[in-house]
Design a protein around this ligand. Structure first.
Ligand code: HEM
Length: 142
C-alpha cells in the first residue's frame, strides 16, 4: 500500500472541496448584496455563508495544505520551479480565502459596502488561480 498515493488522493479530495467553496461563496455574496440587508433572504444567506466557510472551506484548506506539504516534502524534497510557483499561487489563494472569511463577517453584520458587480469580478479570482495551479502541477512546465 503506497502511503503517498493515499495522501495524494486525500489532497485531491480536499482541494475539490476547497475550490467548490471558493467558487460558490462569492456567488452567494452577489445574491446577498442584491437581496439587500435586513431581508429574510439576507438572513438565510448569512447562515449559508457561515456554514460553507466554517464546515467546508476552512477544514478543506487545512487538509489541502497538510497533504500538499507532505507530498512536496516526500516526493520532491521541496525542489522544482513548478512546485515553488504552485505554492506561491496557493498562498495567494489562501489570502483570497482570508478576504472571503472577513467578508462573511461583514455580511453577518450587514456591513458589506461592495456592489454585486464587485463580487461577480471577485468570483473570477479563484478560477484564474485554479487554472495556474493545475497546469503547474500536471504539466510541470519549469
Ligand atoms: C497548499 C499547498 C499545496 C502544495 C504544497 C501542493 C503540492 C502538491 C504535490 C507535491 C503534488 C504531487 C504532484 C505529483 O506527484 O506529480 C500535488 C498534487 C496535486 N495538487 Fe497540490 N499542492 C497544494 C495545493 C493544491 C491546490 C490548492 C490545488 C488546486 C486548487 C492543488 C491541485 C493538485 C492536483 C490536481 C494534484 C494531482 C496531480 C496529479 O495527480 O498528477 N494542489 N500537490
Amino acid at each position: 500500500m503506497d502511503f503517498d498515493l493515499w495522501i495524494q488522493a486525500l489532497h485531491v479530495l480536499a482541494i475539490i472541496s476547497w475550490m467548490a467553496g471558493m467558487l460558490y461563496l462569492p456567488r452567494l455574496f452577489v445574491y446577498h448584496t442584491e437581496a439587500g440587508a435586513g431581508t429574510p433572504q439576507a438572513e438565510t444567506f448569512k447562515v449559508m455563508e457561515r456554514r460553507l466557510l466554517k464546515a467546508i472551506m476552512t477544514p478543506a484548506m487545512i487538509v489541502s495544505w497538510i497533504a500538499g506539504l507532505w507530498l512536496a516534502y516526500s516526493s520532491f524534497g521541496f525542489q522544482g520551479g513548478w512546485l515553488h510557483g504552485k505554492i506561491l499561487a496557493v498562498v495567494l489563494l489562501s489570502g483570497f480565502h482570508g478576504y472571503l472569511a472577513a467578508s462573511v463577517k461583514k455580511f453577518a453584520a450587514d456591513a458589506n459596502t461592495r456592489t454585486s458587480r464587485h463580487w461577480r469580478i471577485m468570483n473570477e479570482v479563484p478560477t484564474v488561480l485554479l487554472v495556474i495551479i493545475v497546469v503547474l502541477v500536471i504539466v510541470k512546465p519549469f
